[in-house]
Design a protein around this ligand. Sequence first.
Ligand code: C5P
Length: 398
Amino acid sequence: MKNRKILLGITGGIAAYKSAHLCRLFVRDGADVRVVMSEAACEFITPLTMETLCGKPVPVKMFGRTAGPLEHIDLPDEAEIMVIAPATADYLARCAAGRACDLISSVTLAFTGPVLFAPAMNTNMWNNPATARNVLTLTEEHGWHIVQPSSGDLACGWTGPGRMAEPEEILDAARALFRRDLHGHRILVTAGPTAEDLDPVRFLSNRSTGRMGYAIAHAATRRGADVVLVSGPTALPCPTGVQRVDVRSALEMEQAVNEEVDGCDAVIMSAAVADYRPEQIMEHKIKKEQEGDSRVLQLVKNPDILAGLGARFAKKSRPVLVGFALETRNAIEAARTKLQRKGAHIIVANLAADGLGGDDTRATIIDDREKMFDTGPLTKIELAEKILDHVLEYWDRP
Ligand code: C5P
């Protein structure tokens, strides 16, 4: 990480003593480190310790003597990545709410680059639904990267999850944020459900949130790819740097994909495309008064977008086509069949219970060259990285 500009934020938990070692590791790796601390962090470790290790003043208070008038803007402006270790429950709550009530929160709010955080807290605080919700907001909506806390004996006497990851692990995760291994590659990602209109106010759809595809688009952009995201209706904000094309129905998605696919090195189809659409979209709202006690909906099959690409690029090495197989049973078998039937190169298989709408997911990645591995339980962001790793490796493999 030679000359990389890292902003290390320390908030008030006992694990703050490990931040001194983390700072040493960054400096030893050649990074240019600035440190910002919360007032509570100073109860556990002194700014002088951190100043000595990083060789620069360590601001703490918004209006303190060490902080210049624009420190809360200058510090984030100058940094390439921000690493918060330890990140306390309260700090995460402040960030999830977008607060700027002290220097470290203001600095975080003003920072636009990748943020890596290493939570540390008591097990019950970690397991509290409010903390879980804040962590989810930060990872999935804000695109922050988490170094998961480990389980073990905590300083408070409890045993369980909440112990900050070791500094070496945080160092590795920080190094990964500088990875630009997808630079020069164009990747098309589809995400979300499709909505198949019945009339001007009703539609058929499914429970896909789009989070998986958005996580892939976000991770690929950060790793240097040029990313176009064809998205069905979702409530998610477009990740920075991603070109998003909004669509509604499967037919619109097919058209957008076909328009964008030329020149792509990979197409990652995480969208949950509706298999059928109503045969007819009524011009006016369907009125129950004009219908009987039951109504038959005539549906017609939607085109299979992935299979269409499989046929179109059948003998070509690019783009690598990645499909998903979300099943309620026999996911691996279904994935194998899909590789063949759709002409895909890689299938990410998971069970609905493990993936759909949930926070964590677990998948098996299978490719047409007989490679298969189980990812184990991961966040969607972590799975996104694994899928991209697999694509990268597939490109390189003969
Ligand atoms: O056939 P099934 O829906 O299970 O296949 C899932 C995979 O195929 C996903 O990658 C999905 O994006 C893609 N798909 C598609 N067009 C469809 C249905 C699914 O591209 N009409």
